[in-house]
Design a protein around this ligand. Structure first.
Ligand SMILES: NC(=O)CC[C@H](N)C(=O)O
Length: 449
């Protein structure tokens, strides 16, 4: 039997079938253990903001995080130290160079960003290291919370990189020699190798990406892994730097914050929409999975996820602009008796943010052609009012009241202010009522002022 949501799985399966024939690219072999992976493994996964999981192909096949660990450890550093402190040691500029380049700011020695190896090594070194919570324990714990399950280290890949990672060790020594660092990158290099060797699946990666897309809260477990501003900061750096010297092209064509790794993992995050992941070990010259890139690019196009694409203009916010005596009798019963004033009524629906609140304020003005009429704002069909919209609506209604007109809100859920005709919390708090009829009656002069 098939379910309606199988249509989402079908979309992933179709992309999997479309790109499974791609044989371009090479499996990374500078970490010898990685050369032993099956070059044809190919998995895709998608996790929604409600925690719904979809996958196709080898989405449960294990592989190591490699550079896909970088944005998550960056998130942990930002959570521990804050953006300004982290930026003192790692910049946030695209380097336009390969992941292993020696891209250090002249003068300060500061790496360009936390997505290239030099920046990632510093980021790892910035994670606090205390006897009761050693640095790597904190990192493994954090990565596990992003994934929503306990992760472990592929000891063979770790040993393989530790034995051959001379270039990264050289970078660590160079970093220590150039900058007045608060931490020792040389001491942190083995921790960096270990974080790169943490074992995941494409489904784990999708959960990790979905956690960033979901404001730092894992949509599978509900765990608030990092604060919302940190998730936004990490996504911003992924968008500009996540694909190294291919970051501009990726943002242009795919339009999503993303991060690749040399084991073949690739994540992309559609903020407030999805976490996406691909796994396929054959890499292009920038170190990105060839099939992963093709599949996530096609998925973004197909689902309309490009960030700069006309962002979802919400359905109409304002559902009614009228005067109370134009409304059906049931909606405005008290008003049918000779009102002292014509009362304007504006009704809104859906989730109110800045964009929606601007529409509502504009409609409030349109509903009062003389600019002196009392007005009722009907929020009964509103599902949410964010902080910005609340301040804007209170401010707009406050201006009407300050001009001497009555302004009331039908707001039984108390989204703008607690309901109750007697309630007035100060000059900025609008008069709120449980029903529209009560609000209209008060505005028409039927209630105490
Ligand atoms: N791009 C990558 O995935 C690189 C990670 C790898 N562990 C390295 O530091 O070389």
């Amino acid at each position: 039997m098939s379910t309606a949501a199988d249509a989402v799985t079908d979309a992933l399966r179709e992309l999997h079938a479309r790109f499974a024939g791609l044989r371009d690219g090479l499996v990374a072999d500078y970490i010898p253990q990685l050369a032993l992976t099956d070059p044809d493994a190919f998995g895709l996964a998608l996790i929604s903001m409600d925690g719904h999981r979809y996958s196709a192909g080898d989405a449960a096949a294990p592989f190591t995080l490699q550079s896909v660990s970088k944005p998550f450890v960056y998130a942990l550093a930002l959570s521990a130290l804050g953006l300004d402190e982290v930026c003192r040691w790692v910049n946030a500029e695209p380097s336009g160079e390969a992941y292993n380049a020696v891209s250090l700011e002249p003068g300060t020695g500061r790496p360009d960003n936390a997505m290239v190896n030099a920046g990632a090594i510093i980021t790892t070194a910035l994670i606090p290291d205390t006897p009761d919570a050693p640095r790597f324990d904190r990192i493994l714990d954090g990565l596990s919370r992003f994934a929503g399950r306990r992760l472990d280290v592929d000891e063979q890949v770790y040993a393989s990189e530790a034995a051959t990672g001379d270039r990264n060790r050289a970078l660590a020594y160079l970093l220590r020699s150039t900058g007045p660092l608060p931490v020792d990158p040389v001491a942190a290099i083995d921790t960096y190798f270990a974080q790169c060797a943490v074992r995941v699946t494409a489904l784990d990666l999708a959960a990790m990406a979905a956690t960033l897309a979901h404001g730092g809260v894992n949509p599978l477990t509900g765990d608030a892994v990092v604060p919302e501003p940190v998730a936004a900061q990490v996504l911003a750096v992924m968008a500009t730097c996540g694909m190294y010297d291919a970051s501009g092209d990726w943002l242009l064509r795919v339009g999503l914050p993303a991060k690749s790794g040399v084991s073949g993992g690739l994540i992309a995050a559609g903020p407030a929409r999805f976490g996406l992941a691909a796994y396929s070990p054959r890499l292009d010259p920038t170190g990105t999975s060839v099939r992963g890139r093709a599949a996530l690019g096609a998925l973004s196009e197909r689902l309309g996820l490009h960030l700069m694409h006309n962002p979802a203009l919400a359905a109409s916010t304002v559902t009614l602009v009228a005067t109370a005596d134009e409304l059906p009798a049931a909606g405005a019963a008290p008003h049918n008796r000779a009102p002292r004033e014509r009362v304007a009524v504006v009704a809104a629906q859906g989730a109110l943010d800045f964009t929606a609140a601007e529409r509502v304020l504009y409609a409030l003005d349109e509903s009062r052609p003389r600019g002196t009429e009392p007005v009722v704002l009907d929020l009964r069909r509103v599902t949410g009012v964010d902080r910005v919209a609340r301040a804007m609506l209170s401010g707009g209604l406050g201006r009407i009241a300050a001009d001497g007109a009555r302004a009331a809100v039908a707001d039984p859920a108390g989204r703008l202010a607690p309901p109750g005709p007697g309630r007035r919390d100060g000059p900025a708090a609008p008069r709120c009522f449980a029903t529209r009829a009560q609000a209209v009656a008060w505005c028409a002069g039927g209630g105490p002022g």
